[in-house]
Structure formats: C-alpha cells, structure tokens
Design a protein around this ligand. Structure first.
Ligand SMILES: [Zn+2]
Length: 286
C-alpha cells in the first residue's frame, strides 16, 4: 500500500516555532504556492492518482480557491493545523482552538466534515499524546502525525509500529497512518518526503519503495519550487535539509508517481483490515 499525501502551505511555513507576531510577517511575504499547486495537480491528473491534502487553515482563508479546487477534483481535504505551530508547544486549550479554526475554515469551503489530520512537523510526541483526545473531540478519525523515528524536531522514536495501527488512549481509538520508515546503517529514516527524498538518488528510493509493504509520503508545494527565497535565521543544517537538490525534486516526484500506484488515505482506509492491525496503547505516556 502506497499513500500519497501533501502538506499544503507556502514556502515560509517551514518552521513550527516562531514569535507571536508572525502573522504580520507572513502576510507580507511573497505568495508562491499557486504555481507549485498547478504542478501537483498536473501530475495527479496525468497519472489519474488521488491524494490526501493536509491544508493549513491560514491557506484556506488566504487562498480559498486552492481548497475548492482540491475538493472539486475529488481529492481529500484534511487538516494540518491553523497556523503551523508545533502541537507540543501549545497548551491543550491553544491546541484545540488552533485545530478548530483550521477545521472550520476548511469545512466552510467544502461543506464536508474533515476526518483526517497531520500535525505540523509530525509534532505529536510522547510529551503531548493527549493531543489524541482533542482529535477525538473534534471528530478526527484518521491521523498521520506519527513519525516513528528520531527527528530533529517532532518524531516519536519509540512508537512501535511503522504501518497502519489503532492508537488507544484513555478509552478513545484513532486510526493511525504513521510515516513509513526505512532502515539503513542502523538508522530509521524516510525517503518519501522531506530532505531525504531530495538527497537520495531515485533508484535507491525506488528500491526502498519496492521492498516495503507500506509507504507513506509527505510533499509540499515548496518542494517543487527551486526559486523560492531562503527563510532568514535558519541553521546551516536546516538550510541543507530544506533546500538541497530542490531543482531535481519535481522530476523525481513525477517518476515516482509514474512508477507506483498511489492512493489517498480514504481509499487506504477502505482497504485496510482494521481488525487485524497492531494496537498501540499510548496511555502509559500520560
Ligand atoms: Zn507542514
């Protein structure tokens, strides 16, 4: 099973930690998302592939036409928070308000209930597993926020599964679609999104996908925009991870979509025998 997902945000949403007055800055930055969205739509249409789009509430209010187009083309509209702030940096109340704002902004456009969610930067970690209670309260049934490996920021390194699982937490259950991971050189990492997608040669990636039963992806519009400005104040490591090899990523992406059969999360949900997936009880982290 290979699932195609996108996190829909602009070039400047690469951070999950920022000062409170960020909105003024964001509103004055150049908007670059539209061209990349057209590139994404084209690949999906050319290959007749469906995908899940985790969209920021900020983007839904600024560019409602993007959400409309995603919805009208029959792709899944899902939530990616309102303001791209790390989930673990917020109090429960702040987190709930932010996600409510996002869901409302999306549902106002589509008229349909949002059922799927991914936290910005995979920011549900051991310390904030209570986020799953909030997801449950807001009617989220499918989560894709778990990155079962060590990450610079976010990541749940001792989450035991890297295939679809049921998360149990204080009497609630949520269907989890974790990021898929590959192991090499004693490390767990993913090649189907982020810096490693751009770093590895395509034939390596293709091999890893071929040899996996489950592949989850995450791409952003900015991944296909080599001319985007570089955000100020990033560490060298972060700059490398965010901007290395951008000029090659669209070609690689197109090749990957052409070579494999990808589906969206809704279709994956229908194909999975949920009675027989691993159950991960997170209550011990509370
Ligand atoms: Zn994001």
């Amino acid at each position: 099973m290979k699932i195609l997902t996108f996190d829909i945000e602009d070039w400047f949403h690469i951070i999950q930690k920022y000062p409170d007055d960020i909105l003024d800055k964001w509103d004055n930055y150049e908007v670059r998302i539209h061209h990349s969205m057209d590139m994404i739509f084209k690949v999906l249409e050319d290959n007749n592939v469906k995908a899940t789009f985790f969209i920021l509430g900020y983007i839904a209010r600024k560019h409602p036409e993007i959400v409309k187009k995603i919805h009208n083309l029959g792709y899944e509209v899902a939530a990616h928070s309102d303001m791209h702030k790390a989930a673990y940096l917020q109090s429960r109340e702040e987190y709930k308000k932010d996600l409510t704002d996002c869901i409302n902004s999306l549902e106002n456009i589509t008229g349909e209930k949002v059922l799927s969610y991914r936290a910005p930067g995979f920011s549900i970690k051991k310390q904030n597993v209570s986020a799953f209670e909030v997801l449950n309260e807001l009617g989220i049934k499918y989560d894709a926020s778990i990155f079962p490996a060590t990450r610079e920021d976010g990541g749940f390194d001792d989450f035991s599964e890297s295939t679809p699982s049921i998360i149990k937490y204080k009497g609630i259950k949520i269907k989890e679609f974790p990021m898929s991971v590959n192991t090499a050189f004693g490390r767990r990492f993913t090649v189907t999104g982020g810096g490693y997608f751009r770093f590895f040669p395509y034939r390596w990636m293709r091999n890893m996908i071929e040899n996996s039963d489950y592949t989850m992806t995450y791409f952003h519009p900015r991944d296909f925009d080599p001319k985007q400005p570089m955000l100020d104040g990033l560490s060298l490591k972060r700059k490398f991870k965010s901007y290395y090899n951008l000029s090659k990523s669209y070609i690689k992406f197109k090749q990957m979509i052409h070579d494999f059969d990808f589906i969206d999360m809704r279709s994956a949900n229908n194909l999975i025998d949920w009675e027989n997936v691993p159950i991960v009880d997170l209550s011990r982290y509370s």
